[in-house]
Write a protein that binds this ligand. Structure first.
Ligand SMILES: [Fe+2]
Length: 159
């Protein structure tokens, strides 16, 4: 898709590579919000309220990350695709496959595993963006810092 604008100091080819990396991050951030809500609704057991309530601020944060990523794509002259089918089309990471009502432990283990991929994929994007656009890299660096903290919250329930 042709860009509407190229940021001064970047060329169009580099901008398109940056946008493709950011679009993949956008889709994963959007999916993470859905997956986290799924867990928020389905956890059961003695720690229900602690885990149920721990998850909502994470949903708000990953949605804010998606907004920031999408607006960076627009700033770079691209068109962020936030449609549900775009999430599926861009998904090259392992989906969370736990369904139904399960213990907080089961959901936390599944979410820790989900965050493993999410964090590793953000870190891979940072490595690629460092060569292309440090501004976009900085945005993803801020995002992964929050994800690593959230994963620590979840791990801390499992000891
Ligand atoms: Fe809720």
């Amino acid at each position: 898709m042709a860009l509407t604008f190229v940021v001064p100091g970047l060329d169009e080819a580099a901008s398109e590579k940056i946008i493709a990396i950011l679009q993949n991050r956008l889709s994963q951030e959007q999916e993470a919000a859905l997956v986290l809500k799924h867990a928020h609704w389905n956890v059961t057991g003695p720690d229900f309220i602690a885990v149920h309530e721990m998850i909502d601020p994470q949903v708000e944060t990953v949605l804010a990350q998606a907004d920031e990523t999408a607006e960076r794509i627009a700033t770079l002259g691209g068109s962020p695709d936030g449609r549900p089918d775009s999430i599926i089309r861009h998904r090259d990471w392992k989906a969370l496959d736990l369904e139904g009502r399960h213990s907080t432990t089961s959901y936390l283990k599944a979410l820790v595993e989900y965050y493993d991929t999410f964090i590793a994929d953000d870190r891979k994007a940072i490595t690629e963006l460092d060569e292309l656009d440090v501004i976009s890299s900085n945005i993803v660096q801020d995002h992964v810092q929050e994800l690593e903290k959230f994963q620590w919250f979840m791990r801390s329930h499992l000891v």
